[in-house]
Design a protein around this ligand. Structure first.
Ligand code: NAD
Length: 377
C-alpha cells in the first residue's frame, strides 16, 4: 500500500507530515512512501534523507497523491489538492473542521478524512495528540518571540552599575501551551503569574514556580468546573466580570503577556480589553496565541504586530509551530505514525482504519465520501 506526502501549500506552513524517521518506520511496515520533492526542506529534511529512509521522491504533488491509499498532511487539503487524490483515499491532517469550506470536494472524491485535532484527550491517545505536541512547542516559542520583541530583559541582574528588576510575565490560559510558556519564562528568569478558569491549573502553575492569579468562584461555579472533567467550562457573567478585574490589575503591571485561552471549535474568549492594554507600560509585549481563533486580546490581528498608541506591541502569529518547523514536524509526524501503526495488519501488510476504536471514531469528519462532522452548538 502507498502513503503519499505532498509538500504543504498553505502560505507560511513550513511543516511536513512525515520525516525521514517516520518514513523509515512506515517502510519497515511494508508501506511504499512517496514524498514530493522539497516537501521537507523547510523542516530540515532533505530529499536525500527521505530516499535514504526508503521513500521514493517524486516531482509533483500529483505524483505523490495519484495512487496513495493514505495521504499525510499538516494543513487541510484544498479542493484542488483533494482532486489530485485517489478515489477513496484516507487523509490525515489538521482539518479545522469548524472552518473548513472544502468538505464537498472531499466527499466528491470519496475520501475518508481523519481530523487529527479531534483525537480524544484519553491516556491511550496522548502519543497521537497533535494539539498537545504543537501547543507545547508553540508555548515555548511564544516566550522567545516575546523576549525578542521586548526592549528589556527577563532576569534580575545585579551589575556594578545597579540592579535590573526581573520582567513580569502574565500567562492567561494554562493548558499545554500556557504551562510551557510559564516554564520557559521561569527558566529565563522572569517573574510569572498565570490564570485559568480551571481551578486544577493552580497547582500546576505553582509547581512551575508561577504565582496563581485567583478569580473568586462561587460554589456553583466550582461544581460546574469540576463537572467538565478538567476542561474549560462556560463562565458566568459574574465570573467574567471578576476575571476582567483580576486580569486588568495583573496585565497593567506586566511587561509581557502571553494569552493561550481557546475553546475548541469556537471563537476564543476576549480576556484582555483595550482599556487594560492602554494602562500597560510602553515597550510591553503581548503575544496573543489565540489570534487564529478570534484572539484573546482586543486589538490583536492575525499575522501582524500592532503597536498601540501607548507603545505596547501586540503580536498575533497564527501559526507559531511553523516557526519551529524542524521539531514541530518531528513530533507531528510521530503523532501520525503512532496513530496509524497500531492499525497495521501484519497478514495483509495494510493499514486498516478501525472505525470502532474510541480513539479513531471521533476523528472521522468525512467517511468514504459521506460528511459526518457536525459543528458543536
Ligand atoms: P486549550 O488550548 O483548548 O485552551 C488553553 C487553556 O485556556 C485551557 O487550559 C482552558 O481552560 C483555558 N481557557 C479557556 N477559556 C478560558 C477563559 N475564558 N478564561 C481563562 N482560561 C480559559 O487547552 P489545552 O492546552 O488543549 O488543554 C485543555 C485541557 O486538556 C487541560 O486540562 C489539559 O491538561 C488537558 N489535556 C489532556 C490531555 C490528555 O489527557 N491526553 C492532553 C492534552 C491536554
Amino acid at each position: 500500500m502507498q502513503i503519499g506526502i505532498p509538500a504543504e501549500t498553505l502560505a507560511g506552513e513550513t511543516r511536513v507530515a512525515a520525516t525521514p524517521e517516520t518514513v523509515k518506520k512506515f517502510a519497515a511496515l511494508g508501506c511504499e512512501v512517496l514524498v514530493q520533492a522539497g516537501a521537507g526542506l523547510a523542516s530540515s529534511a532533505t530529499d536525500a534523507a527521505y530516499e535514504a529512509a526508503g521513500a521514493k521522491v517524486v516531482a509533483t504533488a500529483a505524483d505523490a497523491l495519484a495512487n496513495a491509499d493514505f495521504v499525510l498532511k499538516v494543513a487541510a487539503p484544498t479542493a484542488e489538492e483533494a482532486a489530485l487524490m485517489k478515489q477513496g483515499a484516507t487523509v490525515l491532517a489538521a482539518f479545522a473542521p469548524h472552518a473548513n469550506p472544502h468538505f464537498d470536494a472531499y466527499a466528491a472524491r470519496g475520501l475518508t478524512c481523519v481530523a487529527m485535532e479531534l483525537i480524544p484527550r484519553i491516556t491511550r491517545a496522548q502519543s497521537s495528540d497533535i494539539l498537545s505536541s504543537q501547543a507545547n512547542l508553540a508555548g515555548y516559542k511564544a516566550v522567545l518571540l516575546a523576549a525578542n520583541e521586548y526592549a528589556g530583559l527577563f532576569p534580575m541582574m545585579m551589575t556594578a552599575a545597579g540592579t535590573i528588576k526581573p520582567a513580569r510575565i502574565v500567562v492567561l490560559g494554562v493548558g499545554v501551551a500556557g504551562l510551557q510558556a510559564i516554564a520557559t519564562g521561569k527558566r529565563l528568569g522572569a517573574v510569572v503569574e498565570a490564570s485559568d478558569l480551571r481551578p486544577a491549573a493552580k497547582e500546576q502553575v505553582e509547581s512551575l514556580g508561577g504565582r496563581w492569579l485567583d478569580v473568586p468562584m462561587s460554589d456553583e461555579e466550582k461544581a460546574k468546573a469540576l463537572g467538565t472533567g478538567g476542561y474549560a467550562w462556560q463562565p458566568s457573567p459574574e465570573y467574567i466580570r471578576d476575571q476582567a478585574a483580576v486580569v486588568d490589575k495583573a496585565v497593567s503591571q506586566a511587561n509581557i503577556v502571553i494569552t493561550t485561552a481557546q475553546i475548541p471549535g469556537r471563537k476564543a474568549p476576549v480576556l484582555v480589553k483595550a482599556e487594560t492594554v492602554a494602562k500597560m507600560k510602553p515597550g510591553s509585549v503581548i503575544i496573543d496565541m489565540a489570534v487564529g481563533s478570534g484572539g484573546n486580546v482586543e486589538g490583536s490581528a492575525p499575522d501582524q504586530t500592532v503597536v498601540t498608541e501607548n507603545g505596547v506591541r501586540i503580536v498575533g502569529i497564527s501559526n507559531i509551530p511553523a516557526l519551529v518547523a524542524t521539531e514541530a514536524s518531528a513530533l507531528y509526524a510521530r503523532n501520525l505514525l503512532n496513530f496509524l501503526a497500531p492499525m497495521h495488519d501484519k497478514e495483509s501488510g495494510r493499514i486498516v482504519l478501525n472505525r470502532e476504536d474510541d480513539m479513531v471514531k471521533p476523528t472521522l469528519v468525512v467517511d468514504s465520501g459521506t460528511v459526518i462532522y457536525k459543528k458543536p452548538n
